[in-house]
Design a binder for this molecule. Sequence first.
Ligand code: ADP
Ligand code: MG
Length: 338
Amino acid sequence: RLYNEVQDLKGNIKVYCRIRPFLPGQSMKHNIIEHIGENGELVVANPSKNGKDNHRLFKFNKVFGPATTQEEVFLDTRPLIRSVLDGYTVCIFAYGQTGSGKTYTMSGPAVLSKEDWGINYRALNELFQITQSRTSSIIYEVAIQLVEIYNEQVRDLLSTDGYQKRLEIWSTAQPSGLAVPEASIHPVKTTADVLELINVGLTNRAVGATALNERSSRSHSLLTVHVRGTDLVTNAVLRGNLHLIDLAGSERADRSEATRERLREAQHINKSLSALGDVIFALAQKSSYVPYRNSKLTQVLQSSLGGQAKTLMFVQLNPDVDSYSETISTLKFAERVS
Ligand code: ADP
Ligand code: MG
């Protein structure tokens, strides 16, 4: 094994918390983040409530405060990404309400410079640097798929013709090892290739949506990186997979304001996020039954969650008191899976 740095007593599931900074124009005095400990403690306070019940403690594998850079977050994630080259399957999720920084962590801000790159570009860049340095007899091929799950339907964000087509999820026994074999698969060699493809994906995602942000906050996007290493001496083949998942916003729909369409979306999101929570919970408990079949998201990831696979969940928080109740429900989700 080249990179086997990731060992964790709790098994293969880690939960990190990341708190985004206040954005220009937001007032600092409504901050609910009371304390960030060195060992993953987080204390949140509800400043609009007096008395002794207004502080709550949560525990993570790690907490990244608002000043944490993209680079720092990546350095913590890097061993996990490198383990893909040893043939591991890795899933990295971003969970949280809309506006909490999920896309920022996974991809970066809308206007992207290299310094702001999120985990997905940095991960691919890292894989390219290692696989192209040719220090061994192994040659690597890297390819990506990008799909969206919206209203419990899977679609290919990189297809050139049939984006609207609903794709089947195949059973895990397929020889290709692909969960969504109908989704187009694109060989990539440079980060520029990846940036270009992801832009195609963003354009496709806007199709049929009134506003890009609206739609993207209600669908899950799954970027899957397939790595195949072939040893030129022994002909042995090693496959690793990396799934980078920007989840739909976890917020509840406001029943009084929501349209029927919005409520339907919310039901689907709710169902798939709780199915994901149930799967991770069952895996963390080492339960003999893992309920993968309850959502498309967990079906797609069935062969990638559990077993030898490694999972990292970023729980994203908005520090503002206006988000307090959503933040607490995000933290409760995290508490259950960690
Ligand atoms: P989400 O995907 O959860 O809806 P975004 O990633 O779009 O949230 O973040 C909401 C806004 O906050 C965006 O303008 C984003 O650029 C900004 N943002 C999020 N996290 C950070 C961060 N760590 N540093 C600076 N800006 C951030
Ligand atoms: Mg987003």
